[in-house]
Design a protein around this ligand. Sequence first.
Ligand SMILES: [Mg+2]
Length: 267
Amino acid sequence: MSSINKSITELRRKKVFFFDLDGTLYLGNKLFDGVIELIKALKEQGKRYFFLSNNSSKSTSDYLKKLNKLNLNATRENIILSQHPTISYLKKNNYNTVFLLGNESLKKEFIGEGFTLSESNPEIIVLAFDQELTYNRLTKASYLLQKGIPYIATHLDDKCPTENGFIPDAGGIAALLYKTAERMPVVFGKPNKEMLLFKLKEIKVKPQDAVMFGDRLYTDIKMGLDAGITTCCVLSGETTLEMINKSKSEKPDFIINGIWDVLEIFS
Ligand SMILES: [Mg+2]
């Protein structure tokens, strides 16, 4: 695939680098080759970089701990998680009491942001990557959904890649609830382009000066295309060349084997 690698040299001109995490920079707790060196090179060359994840299984604090354990130099300023636009929506619309389908770690973040959590009398249901899901919680959510309560999700990825294979993600839980209540939530994480555009506005960089790296066509690549930024699909996660060839609308600008291919254009 050397011809593919050759063409990515134009990415040298970009000012902002958005990186998806699962499947792009690491799998589980294992960083891909070249990641540390690439981040170091970007830093030295004065480039801005942001870590993006739809994975709302952890709070922002826990995510920072995980990324810094992997030596990724993450801060609150350069991490964008799907719960961030979701929390911002809840606050803007004055929701206080939330039924959160999410892990303990995320629940702590919501409480820290001032929300009250309730499974019996909430104003809205928020679906996240709930790995502590129980049948009892699904039952309560199903009853409320049938009563017409507002329903939103941090993200709707179908599955999450891990070292041993895929595991069900928020999209899988939403599909399960759909079978019962016939409702789907409004989504705030990827592929919602605002996840990139709000940051570009904040740092005053034009979309054409940014690039999005990701392993998934229907979230990472779609979001980049919708936001008008350059997209680069890595084949180290969910997507195969065959899937890209088959896709009608989600065609990345570049395709690379993995993030390690980018390192050579910066060294
Ligand atoms: Mg990914």
